[in-house]
Design a protein around this ligand. Structure first.
Ligand code: SAH
Ligand code: SF4
Length: 389
């Protein structure tokens, strides 16, 4: 059922002049306050702006509507005003690949012709969308495919939240009228910021996008269903707790500074001791139960029993889960995956020390969608062309 149309008032009829074609502001990615300000700037009377922003917000984020004409609880002239000034646009899906295990990878084109990837991983009773925060990455972790691509640019909040919207479009998951949007049986129930880029080097955009995703009158994902993964940008960790409050994962990957310097070079700036200090306060400040330590298993590099023992000693006192990630290979990668037996022996030591130590099953490997395999297609093509000449 749709709400009755809003009566047309005089101030709606004195519409400002139409903006130049092509200069419309995208409403996706604006915070609630930003949306209200944009509506005022376009001629919405100030006293109505909060209510209008609430209505438009619900159309966009709760119902998935992109066309102002379909926003039927707004008066027709007001819909026209919105259409003159604004657009509601999400990244363009250039290619969609589906793995034999059901994982879906989206190659998305964003402004400037750049490309990013997002990956949807269906699981029993839930589904996780892995989203990107940057095109490329400034960091150069030696085991990561994205790390071989230079940073092209930060994504905007709209491009970050747009990835969630594209996936919901594809999954057909905009709630039908009358359906409870908080329904826990959602196909897209969790978000991980584990795609391309270092989210804490694009803090404000990531924060605003996650605030939009958490808004109860929209996509409405609980902060406990969002996990931000960082390579260890220490100064932004406390801010993440205070301003986003989501769960935190840390790309730990080594138990000595010597090895971590090589694998995760940001360690030269903030070493293991400094990182652990920052992590100790995170669960309390963000009111989350535990931190996920990601640990990629690289044959003969970081996978010994001694490493496992050092790891549990280092993290002592931090509520933690250790996620063991079998290394995912990519063309030209200088590492090999540890054997299954080695991974299990490592997991066993961590588990016996009292920590959950799940071994992550690689998903979507056949479509290069697994952790650390993402990279812009244009970049890949450019490189392979370069190799061909
Ligand atoms: N930049 C952030 C988030 C993106 S990477 C970060 O580094 O945390 C997401 C996770 O995938 C990180 O833990 C990263 O270390 C891991 N990863 C990168 N390359 C990988 C690979 N080839 N195999 C397995 N995991 C990898
Ligand atoms: Fe960047 Fe994360 Fe890859 Fe390191 S692991 S290069 S921080 S995306």
């Amino acid at each position: 059922m749709t709400a009755p149309a809003v009566p047309i008032t005089q101030d709606m009829l004195t519409l400002p002049r139409k903006p130049v074609e092509g200069s419309r502001t995208n409403l996706i990615g604006l915070t609630r306050d930003g949306l209200r300000d944009a509506l005022i700037a376009a001629g919405t009377p100030e006293r109505q702006a909060k209510m209008r922003a609430g209505q438009v917000w619900q159309w966009i984020y709760q119902k998935g509507v992109r066309d102002f004409e379909a926003m039927t609880n707004l008066a027709k002239p007001y819909r026209a005003l919105l259409a003159d000034h604004f657009e509601v646009s999400v990244p363009e899906v250039v290619r969609r690949e589906v793995s034999s295990d059901g994982t879906r990878k989206y190659l998305l084109r964003i402004a400037g012709g750049h490309e990013v990837e997002a990956v949807y991983i269906p699981e029993e009773g839930r589904g996780t969308l892995c989203i990107s925060s940057q095109v490329g990455c400034t960091l150069t972790c030696s085991f990561c495919h994205t790390g071989t691509q230079r940073l092209v640019r930060n994504l905007t909040p709209g491009e970050i939240v747009g990835q969630i919207m594209v996936a919901r479009d594809d999954l057909g998951e905009w709630p039908a009228p009358g359906r409870n949007p908080k329904d826990e049986t959602r196909l897209l129930s969790n978000i991980v910021l584990m795609g391309m880029g270092e989210p804490l080097y694009n803090f404000e955009a990531v924060r605003d996008a996650m605030k939009i995703a958490m808004d109860p009158e929209g996509i409405s994902l609980s902060r406990r269903r969002i996990t931000l993964s960082t390579s260890g940008v220490v100064p932004e960790i406390a801010r993440t707790a205070a301003e986003i409050g989501c769960l935190l994962a840390v790309s730990f990957h080594a138990t000595t500074d010597e090895v971590r310097d090589r694998l995760v070079p940001i360690n030269k700036r903030w070493n293991i001791a400094t990182l652990l200090d920052a992590l100790r306060t995170y669960p309390k400040v963000s009111n989350s139960e535990r931190i996920t330590f990601e640990y990629v298993m690289l044959k003969d590099v970081n996978d010994s029993d001694e490493d496992a023992r050092r790891l549990v000693k280092l993290i002592e006192g931090i509520p933690a889960k250790i996620n063991l990630i079998p290394f995912n290979e990519w063309p030209g990668a200088p590492y090999e995956r540890s054997s299954n037996n080695r991974i299990r022996a490592f997991a066993d030591i961590v588990h016996k020390a009292g920590y959950a130590s799940p071994i992550r099953t690689p998903r979507g490997e056949d479509i290069m969608a697994a952790c650390g395999q993402l990279k812009s297609e244009t970049e890949r093509v450019r490189k392979s062309k370069r190799a061909a000449v």
